[in-house]
Design a protein around this ligand. Structure first.
Ligand SMILES: CC(C)(COP(=O)(O)OP(=O)(O)OC[C@H]1O[C@@H](n2cnc3c(N)ncnc32)[C@H](O)[C@@H]1OP(=O)(O)O)[C@@H](O)C(=O)NCCC(=O)NCCS
Length: 162
């Protein structure tokens, strides 16, 4: 049984580990080794992650006591991190985390959600009613990463009462 709740500060190191492991084992299907290396370098920077988790709303999915997923979003309605652990893929956790973030964002009166979506996550966001604004290349220093800026507007959330 998966529990969904706000992240606590004591979980920040485990959140970094989850993101790193997911990129290493799941995103590697869609990106090159060099891109994955730079992506992991960025995400495992504790200072940068601390700023993100401090400044954003963060919810986790917890399976017994182990972390199964994380989603974060800004007060302006941008979804930032979304990672589901490599052993918890395709169990509906990504869907549920998106629903939680959407409901909180739309309840705050934000009309439009924006998200930079990886190649890996694009089918999930499409299935949740997001549309591509533009494909883009993100500069990671020595490499570029392709992803998609996607959006969803209020009124087409799946279940605003959740
Ligand atoms: C993308 C990600 C968050 C999906 O999480 P998940 O918990 O496995 O997704 P769900 O089980 O909720 O999937 C719901 C639906 O989305 C679609 N979907 C999800 N992953 C998919 C994939 N790899 N290929 C095709 N469709 C997919 C399917 O329709 C799926 O329903 P189904 O399993 O009944 O067919 C997860 O694969 C992940 O962490 N990826 C790496 C990190 C990443 O790229 N994050 C994105 C940053 S924006």
């Amino acid at each position: 049984m998966i529990d969904y709740r706000p992240a606590t500060e004591s979980e920040w190191p485990a959140i970094i580990d989850l993101c790193v492991e997911t990129i290493r084992h799941i995103n590697i299907r869609d990106y090159q080794q060099e891109q994955v290396r730079e992506w992991i370098n960025r995400i495992s920077n504790p200072g940068r992650m601390k700023n993100r988790l401090q400044d954003q709303s963060a919810w986790v999915a917890v399976d017994l006591r182990s972390l199964a997923g994380i989603i974060t979003w800004t007060s302006g309605g941008t979804i930032d991190l979304l990672y589901v652990g490599k052993n918890h893929q395709r169990q509906g956790i990504g869907n549920r985390l998106i629903s939680i973030a959407e409901n909180k964002i739309f309840q705050q009166g934000v009309a439009e959600i924006l998200v930079d979506v990886s190649i890996t996550a694009k089918p999930l966001f499409e299935q949740n009613g997001y549309r591509v604004i533009t494909p883009q290349l993100v500069d990671l220093g020595s490499v570029q990463l392709s992803n998609f800026k996607m959006t969803k507007r209020t009124g087409i959330a799946k279940d605003l009462n959740q």
